[in-house]
Design a protein around this ligand. Structure first.
Ligand SMILES: Cc1cc2nc3c(=O)[nH]c(=O)nc-3n(C[C@H](O)[C@H](O)[C@H](O)COP(=O)(O)O)c2cc1C
Length: 402
């Protein structure tokens, strides 16, 4: 990987209060599942540890902002923290510093990351051109703020996708679009056919919506009433979910009546809303899609010209899966944080190419669906998302905590 991004070797440095505020103000735009924003960052001045005073970061988790039912292995949680770290690092790099991760302890709600703010031009390291290129940050705090998911219609753009994937892959030679890399840090991105995606989506939608605990947990993060203060703070707003206002009001009325809520009814409404957004396309594709072809070729890379043509002709977005090796034990929090940073940079590269993503974590959370997204049983999806050009001029933005 772009080693300079993860293991900067510069000297510890001190940030001004204004710089700290800038980092915090930018990094909060990092993405997180259900927009829980589970990070609790704290910058401190370390006086005693080195000859010079410098700024250290302690990053923790707010246990109230985790998803124990939907994310029992804390994968999405750790990915989101990785996104936050990368957003913070991008902000720092703009001013000649960077984040050096010193220690990762605990897991899930007990995850604890210690980092040091260091000078980003590491002496003796930026000698070769390639090392120098690696330390140049492509993204700015504005890019961090501008990126957003779009759950509306996304249109394919193969050339833009190509640009983004090329730029992303170039940052880390271990990431690949075609071959599996080595070691547990390797990530692989694949584009799957519409038929494969659609079947995986069908399987996962059924599995998740029929799970009452998952549904209840999601309900707690749904923001249906724009008059509530939380609507401007966190969670999934009706606006960003593209739930029409009257439907959102109806759902809110049901949910608002308390725990005796006829959950199955809300459940059906949410399903109706979800189908309204993504289901129409899926249904059409399922009816016309060639199942045998889907079975024979569980995924095709971007090199599958046929897949691209089919995607283009149907105007479906690109369907992407980020794959990690299944070998051995589950990835450690350290590895997952690094994956979160890479995933986030991929979304930023897509945004840089004019594309937005629509994340579909249920596809990787439901094993039957996840299996469909990988060409190789030694790999499993860590993230699944569509990518394309937003059709709508105005994309509703997710709120953030102050
Ligand atoms: C690890 C991870 C998993 C996510 N999973 C989903 C998902 O399954 N469905 C979805 O609609 N959005 C998903 N998202 C997107 C978040 O809901 C989104 O980032 C958040 O609401 C903030 O919105 P923004 O990215 O537009 O700023 C996921 C994001 C992350 C980081």
């Amino acid at each position: 990987m772009n080693e300079a991004h993860h293991h900067p070797a510069g000297r510890p440095t001190l940030l001004s209060p204004a710089e700290i505020t800038r980092v915090l103000d930018t990094a909060r735009f990092a993405p997180s599942a259900h927009n829980t924003q589970p990070w609790v960052p704290e910058f401190r001045t370390e006086e005693a540890r080195t000859p010079e005073a410098h700024t250290a970061l302690v990053l923790r988790v707010d246990p109230e902002r985790t998803l124990p039912v939907a994310d029992p292995r804390h994968e999405d949680l750790t990915l989101a923290l990785g996104c936050w770290l990368e957003a913070a690092a991008i902000t720092l790099r703009q001013n000649g510093s960077d984040l050096r991760i010193d220690a990762v302890t605990g897991n899930g709600p007990d995850l604890h990351v210690r980092a040091t703010v260091v000078e980003s031009a590491p002496d003796g390291r930026a000698q070769t051109t390639s090392a120098k290129a690696a330390t140049v940050e492509t993204f700015t705090p504005a890019d961090v703020r501008d990126r957003c998911v779009d759950r509306g219609r996304l249109l394919p753009d193969p050339a833009a996708l190509d640009r983004a994937l090329t730029a992303w892959t170039a940052e880390d030679p271990r990431s690949s679009r075609a071959e599996s890399g080595d070691g547990d840090a390797a990530l692989r991105i694949v584009e799957v056919t519409e038929a494969v995606w659609s079947r995986a989506a069908g399987l996962s939608r059924y599995a998740l919506l029929s799970s009452a605990p998952v549904f209840e947990e999601t309900l707690a993060w749904l923001r249906l009433d724009p008059r509530e203060p939380q609507y401007r703070e966190d969670g999934l707003t009706a606006d960003t979910l593209r739930i029409p206002a009257p439907l959102a009001r109806g759902m809110h009325a049901l949910v608002g009546t308390g725990r005796s809520v006829p959950t199955h009814l809300v459940h059906r409404l949410v399903r109706a809303a979800a189908v309204g957004v993504g289901g129409t396309v899926d249904r059409v594709v399922r009816r016309t899609g060639n199942r045998r072809r889907a079975d024979r070729s569980p995924t095709s890379d971007r090199y599958d010209v046929g897949a691209r043509f089919r995607a283009l002709s149907r105007q479906n977005p690109h369907r992407l899966a980020l794959l990690v090796p299944t070998a051995g034990s589950a990835p450690s929090p350290t590895v997952l944080l690094a994956h979160g940073r890479r995933l986030y940079r991929l979304w930023l590269h897509l945004a840089g190419a004019g594309l937005r993503v629509n994340v579909a974590s249920e596809l990787k959370d439901v094993p039957e669906a996840a299996r469909r997204l990988t060409p190789d049983p030694r790999l499993r999806p860590l993230a699944a998302f569509s990518a394309g050009r937003s059709r709508d001029q105005r994309v509703p933005r997710a709120p953030r905590l102050p």
